[in-house]
Ligand binder design. Structure first.
Ligand SMILES: NC(=O)c1ccc[n+]([C@@H]2O[C@H](COP(=O)([O-])OP(=O)(O)OC[C@H]3O[C@@H](n4cnc5c(N)ncnc54)[C@H](O)[C@@H]3O)[C@@H](O)[C@H]2O)c1
Length: 241
């Protein structure tokens, strides 16, 4: 129970990796608030794991402010997990339209910054922790995924810069970079890309989302401060840094 007594805010907990993280963080003793655009699914996950739920649109300034203002009591951790993470791969960079590129950057980059900014006063008060969910696609340069790769590279860069701004107040911020996971969001990805990962991992085979949950939980603890600013590939040895 490494998160006992800690209030954690998790975005994107309505499905996929976020829903797995929700279960794990509660099992580790956290008091959890889930925030997601998908209100019905988010409420269902929250009810199942014993968390609170708040709707949010990470593309919308007012919505993020409302969420931050609604938080109940002290906040010890923020997990920036929500993202546009599905249905945006498979096209060459010349085929991607402006609206898609801008929307992906808006939610994945702006949304992570806006959440961090909105929660910073509360996290400074507790010397809290932030975990950004990036992706190893930005580390190895996955092709045909340009808006997503750009967004996750930006998340890693922000993590470094924010570590220096938040560090003086004892707030730690770390990114993880999973590889392709066996989530609903990657079912559309061609078999060849799944095979590239399965064959290329130090630990061959598929990677379930449960695999990264313990790392996220640890990064929300006091002991993780030493990892502030870092991006940790959590992909069973597909990329090494
Ligand atoms: N699944 C993978 O293989 C994989 C690999 C590496 C990194 N990641 C990262 O892990 C995180 C979760 O990925 P996933 O596969 O579970 O994705 P997913 O598409 O299944 O879930 C994303 C969640 O974010 C929410 N969301 C999307 N836009 C939103 C918005 N504007 N406001 C609020 N919530 C919004 C969705 O409703 C959904 O619940 C993402 O940051 C993703 O980039 C996933």
């Amino acid at each position: 129970m490494i998160l006992k007594g800690r209030h954690i805010l998790l975005t994107g907990g309505a499905r996929g990796l976020g829903a797995v993280l929700a279960r794990h963080l509660v099992d580790e003793g956290a008091r959890l608030t889930i925030a997601d655009l998908a209100a019905e699914e988010g409420r269902a996950v929250a009810a199942a794991v014993g968390a609170a739920f708040h709707p949010v649109d990470l593309g919308d300034t007012r919505s993020v402010a409302l969420l931050a203002g609604s938080l109940d009591g002290a906040l010890h951790g923020l997990v920036n997990n929500a993202a546009i993470a599905t249905g945006i791969g498979g096209s060459g960079f010349e085929e991607v339209d402006d609206d898609t590129f801008e929307r992906v950057l808006r939610v994945n980059v702006w949304g992570s910054w806006a959440m961090t900014k909105a929660c910073a006063p509360a996290l400074r008060a507790t010397k809290g922790r932030i975990v950004n969910i990036a992706s190893d696609t930005a580390l190895w340069g996955a092709p045909n995924l340009i808006s997503y790769v750009a967004s996750k590279g930006a998340v890693m860069a922000m993590t470094r810069s924010l570590a220096r701004e938040l560090g003086p107040d004892g707030v730690g911020i770390t990114a993880i970079a999973p590889g392709i996971l066996t989530t609903e969001s990657t079912e559309y990805v061609p078999e060849a890309r799944h095979r590239l990962y399965s064959d290329g991992r130090a630990v061959p085979g598929p990677q379930p989302p449960e695999d990264v949950a313990a790392t996220v939980a640890f990064l929300l603890t006091d002991g993780a401060l030493t990892l502030t600013g870092q991006t940790l590939p959590t992909d069973r040895g597909f990329v090494f840094t």
